[in-house]
Unconditional design. Structure first.
Lengths: 381, 203
């Protein structure tokens, strides 16, 4: 019936359906899937595996995701108690999903609170079902198959089975460094990670420091050694307690100048405001052969990479038109160094004159302070 | 026939795909944006042809329009529970084919209220169902049915191919016989007979 109609009635029907209903329609046939692809084009661009709520979400990059479906093990586990008690009596319908040629037969029920489907699988499939659902959702809605996972400490055992994660948010303050490191060994983070192990110590050889785009908050473990050993492209360390000094910054800058690191693009460190220790601009620039901005040598505004964790700052930190530059003699690479009492920024100009039309300041109002803030990065879920 | 500045009592003649005509009031027709754009301002000289749709479908569509003439302006789809008894009967009377035809006609005539009610009805049919149940609603063949259909089609194609091959062979033989000139045929027969006669005389 649906597929025999003109596009306007089809579109009116699909508008009235929930996301999971659109998903189910898309699973009916190839033609139905094409219809959903066409109908939902430009609406969503990625999917999120939200482990704390056992939920698959669809999102437009940077926005909060919308729930599509949930997964759970048929067997009682403390983690799925909420679903189990409310939903285990209506399992007369089934659906099948495939993941890497493995067929997963699921029982279907609907969450009484939010009305989205819950797929119940055998306990042995609980870690591949979210991946199967993710794959099916990406296929039906024709979105990028990047894997984004939100995970927290109490649900570590529920981590979906995957060897690669594109973007990861790891919340919940992991205090056991061994648990944290073994988790990091389970998969490779391909793009960006928001991780904040709540420990006093982190090895300088940790995989954490190899993440391409790293965002860490309240990093008690963070020292000058970690700064020098960072192997990724961008890193933001926020609310850093007082383990890092101006001396560490100088060492890092010398290390960069004398080294051959061509990968690094940006480092931002913001100290805890309560810190007694502050950065000293004079002390840092005293020892550097820094030059003020020359508009013929580079643009005034730094182009921060897009696929990084979205965060905001009270000022436009990417405006480097008043800042000092250092140059690496070996390859002539230019970098801007920004030092304030509680903020250190280091931007490497791989492209000295980026396209200004695509990186104008993005501002948003902070709902708590009601002040305008400047956003950096766009990955958020 | 009718004047463009007519009141709601003025009737318009509508022509269906069968070539039949029937009356529809101006007030009912004005619910169609397509009609408004095409005929209301310039008037129609003779029956208005909606020949892509059959009489039963058009009558059903305009039955709805006639009924909703006095209703307040359309303000988005109603919840199914808010539909009147008449509305429910109107929808329940239709079989699936008629329902699709009505949506198609309503979409072409751009009768927003009817299109939206029909779409809302289909959306409700799809809600709370899994894919197997949805397939039944949207009458798509299941994977098994598709497979069976494909097998039948393959068999049919194979049979048709065999028949075509046989036909081609027969045609080829006929063609070879037809192509031989009559004189050549006579000569061949004569040669055979001569050979037979010679062998007979030798004996």
């Amino acid at each position: 019936m649906l597929l025999k109609l003109p596009y306007i009635p089809q579109s009116k029907i699909l508008q009235q359906l929930q996301l999971h209903e659109q998903f189910f329609v898309g699973l009916c046939s190839k033609r139905a899937r094409n219809l959903i692809k066409y109908f939902s084009r430009f609406k969503y661009d990625s999917s999120v595996i939200h482990v704390p709520s056992f939920c698959l979400q669809l999102q437009t990059t940077g926005d909060q995701g919308k729930h599509v479906a949930m997964w759970a093990s048929c067997y009682y586990r403390p983690e799925n108690e909420r679903f189990y008690k409310a939903n285990n009596n209506n399992w007369n319908r089934t659906m099948r999903f495939w993941y890497k040629e493995k067929k997963i037969k699921c029982k279907l029920s609907f969450d009484p609170e939010i009305g989205i489907p819950i797929f119940w699988c055998k306990d042995q499939y609980k870690s591949i079902l979210p991946m199967a659902l993710h794959s099916a959702i990406c296929d039906v809605f024709s979105i990028s198959p990047i894997i984004q996972v939100l995970l927290n400490l109490p649900k570590l055992s529920e981590m979906p089975y995957t060897k690669e994660v594109d973007n990861l948010i790891l919340g919940g303050g992991i205090t056991d460094i061994d648990v944290y490191e073994s988790l990091m060994q389970m998969f490779t983070i391909k793009n960006c990670a928001y991780i904040s192990p709540d420990t006093n110590y982190l090895s300088v050889n940790s995989k954490t420091l190899s993440v391409n785009h790293l965002y860490c908050s309240y990093t008690r473990w963070f020292t000058g050694e970690h700064l020098i050993n960072f192997q990724g492209r961008t890193a933001v360390f926020r609310r850093v307690p007082s383990k890092i000094s101006s001396e560490d910054l100088i060492n890092f800058l010398f290390d960069w100048q004398q080294g051959t690191n061509k990968k690094l693009e940006a480092i931002i460190i913001s100290l805890n405001k309560d810190n007694r220790m502050k950065f000293s601009r004079t002390e840092v620039f005293e020892k550097l052969n820094a030059k003020s901005w020359n508009q013929e040598r580079r643009a005034g505004r730094f182009k921060y990479p897009d696929a990084t964790y979205k965060t905001t700052f009270p000022s436009d930190i990417l405006d480097c038109s008043q800042e000092m530059d250092i140059e690496r003699k070996s390859d002539g690479l230019l970098a801007t160094v920004v030092v304030h009492e509680t903020l250190f920024c280091f931007f490497v100009w791989h492209n000295r004159f980026p396209d200004t039309s695509t990186h104008q300041p993005i501002t948003r109002c902070n709902p708590y302070t009601r002040t305008e803030e400047f956003a950096v990065g766009n990955v958020h879920f | 026939m009718t004047s463009p500045a007519s009141s709601s009592e003025v009737k318009y003649l509508i022509e269906s795909s069968e070539g039949n005509t029937f009356d529809v009031s101006g007030a009912a027709l004005r619910q169609s944006n397509t009609f408004n754009a095409m005929f209301l301002n310039i008037g129609a000289d003779g029956p208005i042809p909606f020949t892509d749709y059959n009489e039963a479908t058009l009558k059903k569509v305009f039955e709805y329009c006639e009924h909703s003439v006095n209703e307040e302006n359309y303000s988005g789809p109603k919840h199914q529970d808010d539909l009147s008894k008449w509305d429910l009967n109107f929808f329940n009377e239709m079989d699936q084919k008629m329902f699709i035809d009505v949506i198609n006609a309503s979409n072409f005539l751009d009768i927003e209220r009817l299109t939206s009610y029909c779409c809302e009805r289909i959306a409700r049919m799809l809600r709370g169902k899994n894919t197997q149940e949805m397939i039944k609603v949207i009458t798509l063949p299941t994977a098994e049915e598709l497979e069976a259909k494909q097998k039948v089609e393959e068999k049919k194609a194979a049979a048709a191919k065999k028949v075509a091959e046989k036909a081609a062979e027969t045609a080829e033989k006929t063609e070879t016989l037809e192509e031989l000139p009559v004189q050549q045929l006579v000569q061949t027969t004569r040669n055979k007979l001569t050979r037979k006669y010679l062998s007979f005389s030798n004996e």
